[in-house]
Design a protein around this ligand. Structure first.
Ligand code: FES
Length: 133
């Protein structure tokens, strides 16, 4: 279901190949867009192992597989089938069939990016504090 705020088009639905990872960039965040049948999944687009672009990966069964070392993530959820504690952020996405567009909530993605930056800053501050004592 689309959110109340207006969406941002990130792909043309009719041109999105089935089960083919596709790159998008929103609010400075790399994304991977995957059409599977009549559904679409939009996930954080960097592998949690070493940060490779997942749009360069492939689909194997229900999994998005990183092309570098083979880490896998469920297309529908972003959760790794191999290690369930590894999960890509899944963003709200929907298909506007009238506009032939895949849409996301840009505000949601920008907020997630800010939250990740804050967590990183806290982690660095914590590490610096430990070094000083
Ligand atoms: S960078 Fe993706 S599996 Fe290593």
């Amino acid at each position: 279901m689309p959110p109340l705020s207006s969406g941002l088009t990130i792909a043309t639905w009719s041109e999105l190949a089935d089960r083919t990872p596709t790159y998008a960039l929103v609010a400075g965040v790399d994304l991977v867009v995957i059409r599977y049948g009549d559904e679409v999944s939009v996930l954080y687009g960097r592998c949690l192992h070493r940060g490779s672009l997942l749009a360069d990966g492939s689909i194997r069964g229900d999994d998005l597989v990183c092309g570098v070392h083979g880490w896998d993530y469920r297309v529908e959820t972003g959760v790794s089938a191999y290690a369930n504690d590894e999960a890509l952020q899944k963003f709200t996405a929907w298909v506007d069939t009238d506009a032939d567009a895949v849409m996301v909530d840009e505000g949601e993605i920008a907020t997630w990016k800010r939250e990740m930056a804050d967590l990183t800053a806290v982690a660095f501050a914590g590490a610096a504090g430990r070094q000083e004592t």
